[in-house]
Design a protein around this ligand. Structure first.
Ligand SMILES: Nc1ncnc2c1ncn2[C@@H]1O[C@H](COP(=O)(O)OP(=O)(O)O)[C@@H](O)[C@H]1O
Ligand SMILES: N[C@@H](CCOP(=O)(O)O)C(=O)O
Length: 357
């Protein structure tokens, strides 16, 4: 009998200014996986050595660039990690995965977080593992090692998260190189090894309220910036003043975004940051001017503005004037020879879902 199901995972914007590696919001742009398993069609599916036939819709971001071999593609490689931790070596015979991905890659909208969450859910579903979302989060955190995007994509809404203190043995397990966690593209050879299992309950989170009048404008430059490169420019240590600056704003921001009516005099300054944005300006032309020159007094309706995730996307939160705000940012990028697209998004409250069909 054929089994079919659909996995849906939202994009996310992490940090929201002062909440570096802490805050994240799921956004209404969804990675979708249509999965079918039909053992009778196993010989017809043209599957790879792990029994998986993977394809992307032509409109998908990454259609031309992402690998389709299941031990090379981030989604299916993650699923294989979950399966192999549970001593299941490959996908069930006759597995087809069709991906539709509207989340731009390498732009700070959580494409890799969504891919990892989708991969963990895929592994759990095909392996019939029946994990809770909390346990699935542990698996995600072995791969994407900061919790902000992953938590927002998995749980949905506006989240604050941290990693619990780990024992020295757990630290060792979690800090294992990624190449030893995810199966390496092997040309069909499976080493038979069980990869390192994640420690339990690593991620802790809360879901905040969000005032539904507040919409998210994403201004998306036409160039990619890998999260790894964008983390590479950050310092190893900070001054007490800079840490306190961010903590003060973080504490106010999480409640300010729930209040009605939203108060720009509170939200705008509470979205300032001294921990990541100032260092990332070297990678994103025009970032400093954009973040400092658009204010609620020049653009009524604007509440706050920040880098989305590791960038280069800019996130503006606003109640009104969405197109004018987006066009102003697009024009400022254009002066630096950077073309952009923009999207008006809402929080995705539900997070990742699986639906049998
Ligand atoms: N849907 C997807 N399918 C396959 N690989 C993906 C997908 N989404 C993201 N990736 C991988 O993740 C990379 C982007 O990750 P990252 O640098 O963290 O940027 P982002 O800010 O978009 O998460 C892509 O270049 C690609 O290798
Ligand atoms: N806190 C991380 C968030 C990365 O988000 P992404 O959407 O760019 O993957 C960071 O700022 O590095």
């Amino acid at each position: 009998m054929t089994r079919s199901f659909k996995i849906t995972v939202p994009a996310s914007s992490a940090n929201i200014g002062p909440g570096y590696d802490v805050l994240g919001i799921g956004l209404s742009l969804f990675l979708e996986l249509e999965v079918s398993i039909d053992p009778k069609q196993a010989h017809e599916t043209n599957a790879d050595a792990n029994n998986c036939k993977l394809s992307y819709t032509p409109e998908s971001e990454g259609y031309d660039s992402v690998p389709l071999q299941s031990d090379a593609n981030l989604i299916t490689r993650t699923a294989l990690y979950v399966l192999r931790c549970n001593n299941i070596r490959s996908f069930p015979c006759g597995t087809k995965v069709r991906v539709h991905n509207p989340i731009p890659l390498g732009r700070g909208l959580g494409s890799s977080g969504a891919a990892v969450v989708a991969g963990v859910m895929l592994g759990c579903e095909v392996g019939k593992l029946n994990y809770s979302k909390q346990r699935m989060l542990d698996y995600c955190l072995m791969i994407e090692r900061h919790p902000d995007n992953i938590t927002a994509a998995m749980m949905g809404g506006f989240c604050g998260s941290f990693l619990r203190d780990l024992t020295p043995q757990e630290v060792e397990r979690r800090e294992i190189p990624l190449s030893e966690v995810l199966p390496e593209p092997s040309g069909g050879e499976d080493t038979g090894l069980i990869p390192p299992l994640p420690p339990t309950d690593i991620g802790r989170h809360v879901k905040y309220q969000w005032n539904p009048k507040i919409k998210c404008i994403a201004i998306i430059p036409a160039f990619e910036l890998s999260t790894a490169d964008s983390r590479g420019v950050l310092p190893k240590a900070y001054t007490t003043q800079d840490v306190v600056f961010n903590l003060q704003r973080l504490a106010v921001l999480t409640t300010a975004l729930t209040m009605d009516p939203p108060n720009p005099d509170l939200i705008y300054p509470a979205m300032q940051d001294r921990v990541h944005q100032p260092y990332r300006k070297t990678l994103i032309p025009g970032l400093t001017e954009i973040l400092s020159n658009l204010t609620p007094s020049t653009y009524p309706g604007l509440l706050g503005i920040c880098l989305s995730g590791a960038g280069p996307t800019i996130l503006a939160v606003a109640t009104d004037n969405f197109e004018d705000i987006a066009l102003e940012i697009i024009n400022r990028f254009a002066k630096k020879n950077v073309q952009c697209a923009w999207k008006l998004l809402e929080p995705a409250y539900e997070g990742a879902t699986v639906e049998e069909s």
